[in-house]
Design a protein. Structure first.
Length: 248
């Protein structure tokens, strides 16, 4: 049997009396990519942040790498967070730091590597995402949107994660750069990091990278299953959502 990396049961989360998640359950197995789709405000990013341990559920159980995390202290969560990489929607690069320093940052914070080893890993991870040493001294403001996304992915790879979490990885990109990022995500599964959870509006990205797709509507999964079945299924709520997404 496949090893479960994430096991969620009945997750609920509210903000200011508004219930965003209303009993979400799923399992993410090692070697699998799960894509979560849903409209704006559906709770996709909230779910991703719960999995990362950045916020706590109001109810339900959440197990990560075999450890229940819903009541763990920040100190106890840190070793688990180091086993995953988080790619933020905006890339969330430090504006005042160079590309090199951005990618090196997690290594300085979470490892005891020497400078030569840090340099080697930064260069290697930038190479993995298709960027050369020419970008090392550049600031984020000097990069295109697609390049910023790739630097964000390189930074997430710095600590050699067992799982990657992607928040809208193709948002704001033109079709060419969106395809480059989708192809890169597919390439990463070839050995760099084989397990991922992705939240997105992008149907083409879902078709490219997903093993399974979940559709989040009104705080619950309206569908969860193999990508082809969900994206071509006859669930009226799912088809209405997909039609609306395709029309944008």
């Amino acid at each position: 049997m496949a090893e479960a990396i994430v096991e969620a049961t009945g997750l609920r989360k509210s903000f200011d009396l508004s219930e965003v998640l209303r009993g979400v359950s799923f399992v993410l197995d090692k070697g699998e990519t799960l894509v979560v789709m849903g409209g704006s405000g559906a709770g996709k990013t909230v779910l991703l942040r719960l999995v990362a341990g950045l916020i706590r559920p109001d109810a339900g159980r959440l197990r990560l790498f075999g450890v229940h995390i819903e009541n763990l202290s920040e100190e106890a969560l840190l070793p688990l967070r180091r086993r995953m990489g988080y790619v933020f929607q905006s890339a969330a690069l430090f504006d005042s730091l160079s590309v090199y320093e951005n990618v090196a940052y997690p290594l300085r914070e979470h490892t005891s590597l020497g400078e030569a080893e840090i340099h080697e890993r930064v260069v290697r991870n930038l190479s993995v995402v298709g960027l050369s040493n020419d970008v090392l001294p550049l600031l984020p403001s000097e990069l295109s949107g697609g390049m910023r996304k790739r630097v964000g992915i390189a930074r997430a790879l710095s600590v050699e994660p067992e799982m990657l979490l992607f928040d809208e990885p193709t948002a704001g990109l033109d079709p060419t750069n969106a395809k480059l990022v989708a192809d890169l995500m597919l390439h990463l599964r070839g050995g760099v990091c084989d397990t991922a959870m992705v939240v997105t509006h992008d149907i083409e990205l879902a078709r490219t990278v997903a093993d399974r797709v979940a559709i989040l509507i009104e705080g619950q999964f309206a569908a969860l299953g193999p990508a082809d079945e969900v994206l071509s299924g006859r669930n009226p709520a799912v088809q209405a959502f997909l039609a609306g997404t395709a029309a944008r």
